[in-house]
Write a protein that binds this ligand. Sequence first.
Ligand code: F6P
Length: 317
Amino acid sequence: MKKIGVLTSGGDAPGMNAAIRGVVRTALYYGYEAYGIYDGYKGLVENKIKQLQRNDVGQILTHGGTILGSSRLPEFKDESVRQIAVNNLKNLGIDTLVVIGGDGTYRGAMELNKMGIKCIALPGTIDNDIASTEYTIGFFTALDTAIWAIDKLRDTSFSHQRCTVVEVMGRNCGDLSIYSGIACGAEIVITKETGFNRDEVLTQIRGAKAKGKRHLIIVVAENMLNVFELAKDIQANTEYETRASVLGHIQRGGNPSSFDRILASKMGAYAVELLRKDIFGMAVCSHGIEIDHIEINQALSKVKRTTDLYDYLEKLN
Ligand code: F6P
């Protein structure tokens, strides 16, 4: 009898529940036992593990967040902490584990794998910052949320002839910003990939005024700069009255989009198929809606390609 554990770790992402359901239902389909580990690696260390039945994952496909809970546990880098987790799993006879999260989660899985737990990693994060996968579970739902919010900001920005600066999430990756910028018709997008040059931005804004633009949207990825300071600077040095908004954690919640439900369901089921064939130490990757897998250590060593959407921004304005 195979016993398969599943956990979600790092920042939650819409679609994680669909992935959990995919793992549990597929495991049960094959006659395996499924175990939910609560609150990520922290819960694994604290032995918060419960067997899951079919109905435990009923009614979750459409829900945001993660029914298992999530956490960040920097101490998991410490081998003695990981050993506690391994012992907890072994005491229950669980030697396979599906982890759903970002690159920190992947690193944890890679180490557990070396300690005898057969792991599969699924990409679950709104940031779309995992190089081995074209899309992560949650990215398109978060993008839809950002678009929903920016469309509203556009209405009031237009009415008042303002420049609106909006901060979008994405700790180390500008994908949410550039995708939402393109989708919302932003004039300027500032991310780690574009860098920030104050003089260039002010020149672009003055240029927009000269072109007769009534209002402007500027999308800024988090951690680039203080959007409230930038708004003051723009208002003081251009003809646009300016306001700033930070979208924040609202982008992490909400019902997963159709794409995320399908991607997550497929990935959850695929993870069990891999374990069934005794393939482990793998990260599942998306190529659009198609999926395959590569070794977790290879996935972690890949460098993320920048989207070509940056090339379109100027032409679309
Ligand atoms: O999960 C990714 C993410 O939402 C990043 O975009 C953001 O930088 C970070 O998590 C925020 O983390 P926390 O919820 O721990 O503040």
